[in-house]
Design a protein around this ligand. Structure first.
Ligand code: 4NP
Length: 584
C-alpha cells in the first residue's frame, strides 16, 4: 500500500467516534464521546434520541452521575496536558459549564460524587491528599501517605480503596467519616485484595479475593457482618467472572455488576445477564427496566445500547458504523494462549489485517498500565495498525489485569523481567504460528517502556520498534515525578529499589538496539516525562542507530482528541511503512 493510501485509511479510522456511558439522571443518558473532535460530555433523551453536547474543551476525568443531581462533575486540564486540573460542573440538559469549586491545579484521581458533594484524591509535586468539595467550596480532609482513592460517598461516609498497608501485594478498603475525621482501614483478611467499594444505606459492596477467587461481598457497617453476594438469578454465578470491571448499587437496592472473563465482559443485574452483543460492555446505567451501556469489540467501534429487562432484548441507541472504505480491512480477531519462556501461560488477542497475507508483517502491540489489559474492545491503535496492513498480536503479559490477582502481582518487583519475556514470546509465537513474516514491537506508555527494553535486550527478534511516551530511566523518572507517580514506581519495584530500577532501565541497554526505532513523545507528558528520553536519543546518535524522534508539542500523556491520536499514530504508521514493509 502506498503511503497516501495508508494516510487516507488512518484518517477514516481515527475519526470513528468513541462512546462511553457514565450515567443516567433526570431523564438523560450521559456519556463521553470524541464525536466532536475532542473528548466531551454529551447527553441524550433515549426516547427522543437527539444528542446534546455539554462541554467544548477536552474533559479529563468525570465522576459517575448521581440520580440526585442533574449536574455532571468533571475535571479539565489547565496545563497544556501536564494533567494539572480544575473542577467543573455542567447540567445534563445543557447550559453553561461552570467552576464547581475553586481548587489549586492538581492531579485528580478518584472522584466520588453523591449528587451533593464530591470527595476526591489529588496529588501535587509534594504530596497526596483527600479533599471534599461542595458547590463553591473545597477543603482538604487529610494528607495521605499511600495511594488511596475514594470510590463512593453517602452522608458522612466516604469509602475507597488503596495500598493502605503500604504493601503493593495487598489492597485494603478505607472508611472515612467526614464529621469525626476518623479513617478506618478495613480488610477481611490481611494480604487480600479488596477493591472498588460502593456504599448505600450503610452497606458496602466490594470485590475481594480473601477466600481465593475474586467475588462480590457486602459489608454491613451497622451489624459488622460480611456476606458474599448471592444473586436471585443464576446467570452471574454460571458465568463465574474472574474479576469485575465495575459494579454498583441501583437506587432501589438492586446490585449490578460487569464481570470479566477471557478478555471479554458481560453485564448482570441481580445476577441476570443483561442482553448485549459479544465483546466488552462498560458501565451499566440502570433506570427501572432499562439498562444503558456502551459496548464494542476489537473490530466493532463502540455503540451505545439500551437493554429492556422485561423483553430481555436490546437495541442500538447510538450507532457507529465503520466507513465503507474500511470494509474488509479489519480481519479476524481471536483470543489465544501461548507459553512464555518459563512455561507460564499467557493470553493474547490477535487481530488479523484483512489486507495482507499470512504470514505477513506483524506488530506485537504492548498495552500500557501495566496494571491494565487488552480486551476484545475497540482500540484505535490496534484497529489503526490492522487497517494500515499489519497483523497485530496484543499480549496480556504477566502483570496484566483480567486474569486474577495472582497474575497481576507477578510483575511486582520484576518490572521489565518476566513481562519482557512474555512480550518476546508473543513475537516468537507470531512467527511460529504462521501469522508473521516479520515482527515489530510497539506500545504506548508502559508499552513504550517495553518497546525500548525489547529492542535493547532482545535485538534479534524485531525488525523495528515504535515507542510512544515510553520510560527509559526509572531513577531519573522517579526524581521528576509527582507524589502519586513516585508511590506508583515504589509499588511496581516493591519499594524504592534503586539498583533494580537502574538494571531495568532501557537506557542501560541502548547499545544493544539494532532495529530502526521510532520515538513519539508528548512534550508535556507528566507521567512519562520527555527529559530522560533526550539523553537516550544522545546515545542513539553516538551509536549511529537508525531512529526518528517526534516530540508532540502542547500535548500530555493522555490522548484527548482525534488530533492527538493522529499525531501519535501517523508518524508510527509512516515509519512502519518504510521499515517493516520494505526491510526483509
Ligand atoms: P501508563 O503510564 O502505561 O499509561 O499507565 C505509566 C506512567 C508512569 C509509570 C508507569 C506507567 N510509572 O511507573 O511511573
Amino acid at each position: 500500500m502506498e503511503l497516501p493510501e495508508v494516510v487516507k485509511v488512518l484518517d477514516l479510522l481515527i475519526k470513528t467516534p468513541t462512546y462511553s456511558v457514565i450515567g443516567y439522571t433526570h431523564g438523560r443518558l450521559v456519556y463521553l464521546s470524541n464525536a466532536g473532535g475532542v473528548t466531551s460530555l454529551w447527553s441524550l433523551d433515549p426516547a427522543r434520541g437527539e444528542p446534546l453536547r455539554l462541554t467544548k474543551e477536552p474533559v479529563h476525568s468525570v465522576a459517575y452521575t448521581s440520580t440526585r443531581s442533574k449536574y455532571v462533575i468533571y475535571t479539565k486540564d489547565v496545563s497544556k496536558g501536564r494533567e494539572l486540573q480544575k473542577l467543573f460542573a455542567v447540567g445534563v440538559d445543557g447550559g453553561e459549564e461552570r467552576v464547581y469549586a475553586d481548587t489549586p491545579p492538581m492531579r485528580f484521581f478518584g472522584l466520588a460524587w453523591d449528587g451533593e458533594k464530591l470527595v476526591f484524591s489529588a496529588a501535587t509535586a509534594s504530596g497526596i491528599s483527600l479533599y471534599l468539595a461542595r458547590e463553591g467550596l473545597c477543603e482538604k480532609l487529610m494528607d495521605l501517605d499511600a495511594v488511596m482513592y475514594p470510590t463512593s460517598t453517602e452522608g458522612d461516609i466516604v469509602v475507597g480503596a488503596g495500598t493502605l498497608r503500604k504493601n503493593p501485594r495487598s489492597t485494603e478498603l478505607f472508611i472515612y467519616n467526614i464529621s469525626t475525621g476518623e479513617l478506618r482501614v478495613y480488610t477481611p483478611r490481611e494480604g487480600s485484595a479488596n477493591k472498588n467499594p460502593a456504599v448505600r444505606d450503610c452497606k458496602i459492596l466490594f470485590e475481594s479475593n480473601f477466600e481465593g477467587s475474586s467475588k462480590l461481598y457486602i459489608y454491613d457497617l451497622n451489624s459488622d457482618f460480611l456476606t458474599e453476594v448471592r444473586f436471585r438469578y443464576r446467570d452471574y454465578h454460571t458465568y463465574s467472572p474472574v474479576e469485575h470491571l465495575i459494579f454498583g448499587w441501583v437506587d432501589d437496592g438492586r446490585v449490578w455488576a460487569v464481570g470479566k472473563k477471557n478478555g471479554r465482559t458481560k453485564g448482570f443485574i441481580e445476577g441476570r445477564e443483561v442482553p448485549s452483543p459479544t465483546g466488552t460492555v462498560g458501565y451499566l446505567a440502570v433506570s427501572g427496566d432499562r439498562v444503558y451501556y456502551s459496548a464494542s469489540s476489537l473490530t466493532t467501534p463502540p455503540k451505545v445500547y439500551e437493554a429492556d429487562l422485561k423483553s430481555m432484548t436490546y437495541r442500538v441507541l447510538i450507532d457507529n458504523l465503520l466507513p465503507e472504505e474500511l470494509d474488509g480491512r479489519l480481519g479476524r480477531a481471536y483470543f489465544t494462549t501461548y507459553q512464555s519462556s518459563d512455561g507460564l501461560e499467557v493470553s493474547a488477542f490477535v487481530v488479523e489485517s484483512g489486507v495482507v497475507r499470512k504470514p505477513g508483517p506483524t506488530i506485537v502491540y504492548v498495552h500500557g498500565g501495566p496494571w491494565s489489559e487488552v480486551y476484545d474492545q475497540w482500540s484505535v491503535m490496534i484497529a489503526g495498525l490492522c487497517a494500515a496492513g499489519y497483523h497485530v498480536v496484543a499480549p496480556n503479559f504477566r502483570g496484566s489485569t483480567g486474569y486474577g490477582e495472582k497474575y497481576r502481582l507477578l510483575n511486582v518487583g520484576d518490572v521489565g523481567g518476566g513481562d519482557l519475556e512474555d512480550v518476546a514470546a508473543a513475537g516468537e509465537w507470531a512467527r511460529s504460528s504462521g501469522l508473521a513474516s516479520k515482527v515489530a514491537v510497539m506500545g504506548y506508555s508502559y508499552g513504550g517502556y517495553m518497546t525500548y527494553l525489547a529492542l535493547g535486550r532482545k535485538p534479534d527478534l524485531w525488525v523495528a520498534g515504535v515507542a510512544g511516551a515510553g520510560i527509559v530511566d526509572w531513577n531519573e523518572l522517579y526524581e521528576l515525578s509527582d507524589a502519586l507517580f513516585r508511590k506508583f514506581i515504589e509499588e511496581l519495584f516493591d519499594g524504592l529499589n534503586r539498583e533494580l530500577m537502574r538494571e531495568r532501565s532501557p537506557i542501560e541497554y541502548v547499545d544493544g538496539v539494532k532495529a530502526p526505532l521510532c520515538i513519539v513523545h508528548p512534550q508535556n507528558d507528566s507521567r512519562t516525562l520527555l527529559k530522560p528520553v533526550l539523553r537516550y536519543i544522545e546515545k542513539l546518535l553516538e551509536n549511529k542507530a537508525t531512529f526518528e524522534l517526534h516530540v508532540i508539542p502542547d500535548m500530555g500523556h493522555v490522548m484527548r482528541s482525534i488530533d492527538d491520536v493522529f499525531r501519535v499514530l501517523l508518524p508510527a504508521v509512516v515509519f512502519l511503512n518504510k521499515y517493516v514493509r520494505e526491510v526483509s
